[in-house]
Design a protein. Structure first.
Length: 244
């Protein structure tokens, strides 16, 4: 199964600590919004929201940032936020999907189109690249301090309703049918502390970006990542080792 390339690529090329922290906060804000939108902003009745808020506190995310994400989900202040996904091609023809949360579709569309154009890519139509990705529920349990072997974790995951699992030295990655994510998450939370529980996109195949296009490609992804309306960037691409 293809790796979760978005975060591997970001972590490989972001050198500045403040940028890394900003992207972590941005991702947590997205998760807060989605959790509150799906299950309400009351923590006691929304276990997914509790999971994300705990992660926000562990990352030292400011309370104001947390509250802004919850306000977006509940419509406080009168703003109406919409979730929009754009599809396009990087400068090497690699598939890129951009998930956005915006209160101004015209502003966001113009900015996303401009980012692709500036860096030798092109914005595509709906469906132009989404067929190259699989939508999956994704749960991560960190192995640090966890006394469980791979076979036992696999059995627990399958018993909870998961489809598959991949183990590394750092974590267990559990893959779930999206509609089953909440049920599997709730079952695993009875026994384990979850680091991630979300529905995300995985590329079916990953194309290596040629060395002469790598700087253009990273420029595109960085510009997209730095846009406040962008919640996630999904890449069917792998950077050459000398670019990471």
């Amino acid at each position: 199964m293809s790796g979760h390339s978005k975060w591997h690529n970001i972590q490989g090329r972001k050198g500045a600590q403040d940028k890394k922290r900003g992207k972590i906060f941005q991702k947590i804000s997205r998760d807060l919004y989605q959790a509150a939108k799906a299950g309400g902003a009351e923590v006691d009745g929304n276990p997914q929201l509790r999971l994300v808020i705990d992660k926000a506190h562990a990352a030292n995310m400011p309370k104001d940032n947390i509250q802004r994400a919850l306000d977006k989900a509940t419509g406080v202040g009168g703003a109406n936020y919409e979730e929009i996904t754009y599809e396009g091609y990087g400068p090497a023809g690699t598939a890129v999907m951009v998930s956005c949360l915006t209160d101004n579709k015209n502003r966001t569309a113009a900015a996303i189109r401009s980012a692709f154009t500036h860096h030798g890519g092109s914005l595509g139509s709906n469906g132009s690249v989404s067929y190259m990705f699989d939508r999956k529920g994704y749960i991560v349990i960190l192995r640090d301090g966890l006394d469980v072997d791979e076979d036992d974790m696999l059995m627990d995951a399958l018993d909870a309703g998961a489809d598959d699992m991949k183990a590394s030295d750092e974590k267990f990655e559990i893959f779930v049918t999206p509609s089953d994510l909440n049920a599997v998450r709730d079952e695993l939370q009875k026994k384990y502390t979850l680091d991630t529980a979300e529905v995300t996109m995985f590329p079916q195949t990953v194309t290596e970006v040629p060395s002469d296009k790598a700087s253009q490609y990273t420029g595109l992804i960085d510009e997209l990542d730095e846009n406040d309306d962008v919640q996630d960037v999904y890449e069917a691409a792998k950077l050459p080792e000398d670019a990471e």
